[in-house]
Structures are given as structure tokens and as C-alpha cells.
Design a protein around this ligand. Structure first.
Ligand SMILES: O=C(O)CCC(=O)C(=O)O
Length: 350
């Protein structure tokens, strides 16, 4: 076990290997996995993805993406940036929405990622967890270096418009993840025990993102949350609910990576709710039988023009984006409601 401090300064133990962790479930025990997920707000499915598919993504990242000079959208700051690397040579700015990468030079990597995100085992697991026949993927990310992602509920950024908590996400390990490589963690049971922190008022995404992060830390303290940071081997997937508090730790050791994907899924017929505020329409494509939502498809010339403008004039791009977001979030009224379980909850905390 690696002993460390949690994001609220409490004691936390991280399993180094399978022996030190719970066995969780194999892909042949989806019904039990679903029960665990309902109860705990997360579950691990071991060996869901064939190891050779994970290795192919790593190899295509090395051959096609690592040295690329193309600006890509990044998870940390929503900016278009070129690849940046940490002192160990690992990708330091995770890629946001791999499905949007252009076909010309990044298509092989993008498709290897989509092969995993839409794999029949992934489709079966997400369908089971969401209690539906078909699911769709609405967002994805690629990580290599430890990210130290702030604790959050995905619902703040996106969820199902049919009901908060109706989105399930997966953390796909593409290699055996070292305990010191910025382990992904969840706070079990918080999908039920903690109310969703609203993307509104002082905590709104456009002007209050830091206040939101701080409010989440306080909510975790008040709710006395506990931690689970499972050991994941290549091909294991941790699924969690959009109301479950989660994040990832900073690096605990030098020289270790956490090559992984995350992806967020909805029931196929559900619309995507963005920022607890609006239905975000997505262009879609069918990939291996699963619907995939695109937001900034780089195969379209107009999106490449936006990308180049955003990359070369980042300050103007971020200012325009912030003003647009402020205008959007200002439109929120207490009349807007979203469903949480059987209950309607106002878009603005009242
Ligand atoms: O692995 C990480 O650092 C964070 C992933 C995450 O929070 C997400 O995909 O929602």
C-alpha cells in the first residue's frame, strides 16, 4: 500500500497491486456490478478491454501523436495547445475529446481510441449500468502524466437532461497504473449522500470555477467522505456516476505514467445537459454501432479555422469564450428545472 494524504488532508491508502485491492467484478458479472454501482456510485470491471487494444493506442500515441505539432483542445484549461511534456517526458496537457481529432494525421490514433470506447464490452457495460439498451459516448479524454484533477461531480460540467445522475463515465487503464502515478479516486456513496453542487451563482463555471473547487473541498469535509482509489491493470475500467465525487491525486513518485482514457456516456435517447444550464446539441456519427457525439470535429474546415485562431490568439479566444459563457449562464432562472431521481430541482440554487 502507498500511504498518502487525501485532497482534504486526511489519511488515504492506495493499493499497489491486485492483491492489495478488492477483486471487484469481471465482465461476466454485470448484474452484480450494477448492484454495486447503484449502492457505491462506482464499480470496477476487470479485464473489460483486451490488452492488445490498449497496447495499440499506446503505440499509436508514440508514433503519431507524441511528436505532432497540431494544436489540440486540452482537459485542464479548454485551450488549444500543442503537446507539452513533464520532466519525465509524459504528456502533461491531457487531450480533450479524442473523437474530434482530424483524420489526416491523427485519425489512426483517434480510431484506436474509439475502438475501445465503443467496444462491445464497453457498450454492454454502459448499457447495463444505465439500464438501457443502447448508450452513446458524449465526451472523452486521453491522459499520460499524473494530472491532479480537482475533486468534482461530472454533473457540474455535463449530465443527462433526462435526470441528474443519468450519465456514467469510465476510466480506462491502458497500462498497469502505478500507485504513485496520480491515482484516480472516487468518494463512494457520494452520488446519494451529497446534493449536487450547482453550476450557478458564486460557483458558476464562467466566473466562479475556483469558488466551486473550494466549495467542493468544504462539502467533502462536511460530509466526511471516504476514498477508494482502486488498482487498475491495463484493460480494467472504473465506471462512476455523474453525481459521484471524484478526481485524481498529484504524482506520488517520479518516473511513472498513467496512460488512460476517460469517456462519458448517456442513454442513447437522452440529450446532454451542459453546465446545469442548457441542452448541448452534438453532431453525431455512428462508430462500430455506437453513437459518438462530436463537439469540435477537426475534419470540418470551419472548426480548424477556429482552432488556428484560438491557438494563435489565445487571450482573445479565452476572453470571447468567457463572455459567451457568462451571457449563457446569466440566462439561468429558477424556473429552469432538471430532474434528480423523481424530484425536480431548480437550475439556480434557491
Ligand atoms: O483522471 C483524471 O485525472 C480525471 C478524470 C475525470 O475526472 C473525468 O474524466 O471526469
Amino acid at each position: 500500500m502507498l500511504d498518502t494524504k487525501s485532497p482534504i488532508g486526511t489519511f488515504m491508502r492506495i493499493p499497489e497491486n491486485l492483491k492489495e485491492d478488492q477483486p471487484y467484478f469481471g465482465p461476466d458479472r454485470l448484474a452484480e456490478a450494477q448492484e454495486f454501482y447503484e449502492e457505491q456510485g462506482y464499480v470496477v470491471l476487470r479485464g473489460l478491454i483486451p490488452a492488445d487494444m490498449c497496447a495499440r493506442i499506446r503505440s499509436l500515441f508514440d508514433s503519431k501523436v507524441r511528436a505532432s505539432r497540431i494544436a489540440m483542445l486540452r482537459q485542464k484549461n479548454m485551450r488549444y495547445e500543442r503537446n507539452a511534456f513533464d520532466e519525465d517526458g509524459f504528456l502533461h496537457n491531457p487531450i480533450f475529446n479524442v473523437q474530434d481529432l482530424g483524420s489526416r494525421s491523427l485519425g489512426a490514433f483517434r480510431d484506436a481510441v474509439l475502438n475501445v470506447l465503443t467496444h462491445r464490452a464497453t457498450a454492454a457495460a454502459t448499457s447495463f449500468l444505465l439500464g438501457t439498451e443502447r448508450t452513446k459516448v458524449i465526451q472523452s479524454m486521453f491522459f499520460e502524466a499524473p494530472a491532479g484533477t480537482w475533486a468534482h461531480q461530472d454533473s457540474y460540467y455535463q449530465d443527462s437532461a433526462a435526470g441528474l445522475g443519468g450519465c456514467v463515465a469510465g476510466w480506462f487503464a491502458l497500462e498497469d497504473i502505478d500507485a504513485g502515478a496520480g491515482r484516480f479516486y472516487v468518494c463512494p456513496g457520494t452520488h446519494r449522500s451529497m446534493s449536487p453542487l450547482r453550476n450557478a451563482g458564486a460557483n458558476n463555471f464562467a466566473t466562479g470555477h475556483q469558488a466551486y473547487q473550494q466549495a467542493m473541498v468544504e462539502a467533502m469535509r462536511t460530509n466526511n467522505v471516504t476514498w477508494s482509489a482502486p488498482f487498475l491493470a491495463a484493460g480494467d475500467v472504473l465506471f462512476w456516476n455523474s453525481l459521484t465525487v471524484h478526481g485524481s491525486l498529484p504524482a506520488g513518485r517520479p518516473g511513472v505514467s498513467r496512460t488512460s482514457l476517460t469517456a462519458h456516456y448517456l442513454r442513447e435517447g437522452d440529450a446532454m445537459l451542459q453546465f446545469h444550464n442548457r441542452i448541448r446539441e452534438q453532431k453525431t456519427k455512428l462508430y462500430d454501432g455506437m453513437t459518438v457525439g462530436l463537439l469540435h470535429d477537426q475534419d470540418l474546415l470551419r472548426n480548424r479555422v477556429v482552432r488556428e485562431a484560438a491557438f494563435h490568439f489565445p487571450k482573445s479566444y479565452m476572453t470571447t469564450r468567457r463572455l459567451a459563457l457568462q451571457a449563457l449562464l446569466a440566462k439561468q432562472t429558477a424556473q429552469q428545472t432538471w430532474r434528480l431521481g423523481g424530484r425536480a430541482v431548480p437550475a439556480v440554487s434557491t
